[in-house]
Design a protein around this ligand. Structure first.
Ligand SMILES: [Zn+2]
Length: 251
């Protein structure tokens, strides 16, 4: 059994970008943990930050439970995710506590500052996770650095609108329904995305993006990934091997 950690910025990012892959791996008997840097506490105009955080953590936990996954939050505030000492220690503590073999995080290029900062923080938390004298809390330092993958940016584009191409895709056509069901658990966000992003149908928008990534690989729905293989991160293709026949390479 392999343990996979999805560690992105906000509740609903994993559902948008990698939940199909997580569902596929969970069904194959692997262990899944979903972690977020923030509880999405600013994602409301009608409730206080504390109340919003409570609601959104419960929604994220309910979404994770649909595939038997655990949910953790680093409890950093929305728009307060910075690549600084305190936040890197929080991220490293989660990486150590989960002790996953494979970590999926956000794209280093994205439209949202929290997404970009989380990508850097998680990348560097993996590096720090094996450094014994780097103190972060009760969790033990890891023996080896986990395999690291970047998810697609939201809508597959960087902040200038340029497409960011995945290295490989995972065919999630068979998992799209559960992915959509996971996103639907984030009920408090439906009104917010209409107001903030002008997206009137959360589920249809998820379908359009997953289908767009699918066209890159000749399947109905896909999620794209890039492996980070800088020194001293592992270069073996752990996730690619784990998804089996669902692995799709762009042509
Ligand atoms: Zn987000």
């Amino acid at each position: 059994m392999t343990h996979i950690l999805s560690f992105h910025a906000h509740p609903d990012d994993a559902e948008t970008l990698c939940a199909g892959t997580l569902a596929l791996l969970a069904a194959a008997g692997h262990r899944i943990t979903i972690a977020t840097m923030t509880a999405g506490d600013c994602g409301s105009t009608t409730t206080t930050c504390e109340e919003t955080a409570r609601i959104r953590k419960a929604e994220a936990a309910a979404a994770a439970a649909l595939i038997g996954a655990d949910y953790l939050c680093a409890d950093v505030g929305d728009l307060c995710v910075f690549n600084d000492d305190a936040t890197r220690r929080k991220a490293t503590e989660i990486v150590r506590a989960v002790a996953a073999d494979i970590v999926l995080t956000g794209s280093p290029e994205d439209y949202h500052p929290d997404h970009e900062a989380t990508s850097i923080l998680v990348r560097d938390a993996l590096f720090a996770s094996t450094v014994r004298n780097y103190e972060t809390g009760p969790a033990k330092a890891l023996e080896t650095i986990p395999h690291l993958y970047f998810m697609d940016p939201i809508d597959g584009r960087d902040r200038s609108g340029k497409r960011v191409a995945p290295e490989f895709g995972v065919d999630i056509s068979a998992q799209f329904e559960i992915k959509a069901a996971m996103l639907a658990k984030h009920e408090s966000q439906f009104a917010w995305v209409i107001k903030q992003h002008g997206i009137t149908d959360f589920a249809a928008s998820l379908g359009r993006f997953s289908a767009k990534q699918g066209t890159l690989f000749g399947v109905a729905y896909a999620e794209g990934f890039r492996q980070y293989t800088g020194t001293p991160y592992p270069r073996s293709e752990a996730l690619q091997g784990l998804v089996g026949a669902a692995l799709k390479v762009a042509h």
